[in-house]
Design a protein around this ligand. Sequence first.
Ligand code: SIN
Ligand code: CO
Length: 377
Amino acid sequence: MSGGWQLNLDRAVFLDEYWQRKPLLIKNNAEGFTPALDSDHLAGLAMDDEIESRLIEQEGSNWQVHHGPFCAEDFEREHPWTVLVQAVDHYVPAVAELQRLFDFIPRWRMDDVMVSYAVDGGSAGPHYDNYDVFLMQGEGQRLWRIGQHCDSTSPLLPHDEMRILEHFDTSAEYLLDPGDILYVPPGVAHWGIARGECTTFSIGFRAPAISDMITRWTDQLLLQMDVEQFYRDAARTPASLPGELHPTDVRHAVAQLRAALDQTVGNQWFGELVTEPRYDVEIDEDEVAAAQALLRAGARSVALSPAAKLAWQQGEEGLTVFANGESLPCARSALPTLLLLCDRRSLAGDILDKALSDLDTAELLERLLQYGCIYVE
Ligand code: SIN
Ligand code: CO
């Protein structure tokens, strides 16, 4: 991406008609468009042993997947192949900037940006994802096929790792040029085949599984509920068959369970769940202490760590900040600083001085250092 290039999208119409519902081709003006990363740089990332990458090679209906790190010889293959690198936004600021294009959807919904390179005919295969994704064409061209709606019952080819669909019913085909974007909602089959060499940037979203939401909700409820509450069956009618577990008794149990679940639990469970980082954040206590000391002594700037997951919520009693899966209550006076951090991703000079002059904000910044959400310079 570069100066002057703009996303050709009516955000309101998109959210009304397409988001989570229908695929959409967003044809953008290639003029002024430069991919956020070139394929040589991407190949370098795929060779890094700290970065997650995989290579998919296709020989007819035989799909092979190899895991990185790769070396130059891995990129010389007989059959069409593609290499996919995860969380490139953590390493390349220009790739992280792509997420800004979609800031009309809150950041907590966003996942990391995956980037792929493919040789002619290379493909990750016909598949569906459980998440929304914007597939932005970088270099070259790719033919995208859109297929049927899928779910966990859709037949897959037998494979230990890959989820390649056994059937693919093409309903639309789009040839993407540099800068074009294809939006694909969850559950919609898609299959992108490189036309010549090409790169694709997948700006993916995440959504918590309902099963995880139930676990986290009940965990929080259990922490605050009175454990001295028990099943009650006052006013029961006489049992005619003493061995029977009567459906009415089960109905009572479910009704009492529902009543217990209706107790107000705070909102922490949700914020903590959706800000959980994809990769473990390694915290070095000594480094944190040194950074906190630097902050107190007058750091030049603080910036959001590229992998940070940060969100906030305003409630009656003040703010709750969610940072890399942790929640912390915070005074309202920290809000301007949070807004700036989430928007500009860094604070410096007078703005930082002003933020630090408020004790609650200074304390928040120290906690964010502790959770690996920000770093100081
Ligand atoms: C790709 O970049 O080839 C695959 C992206 C996707 O289908 O999710
Ligand atoms: Co996909």
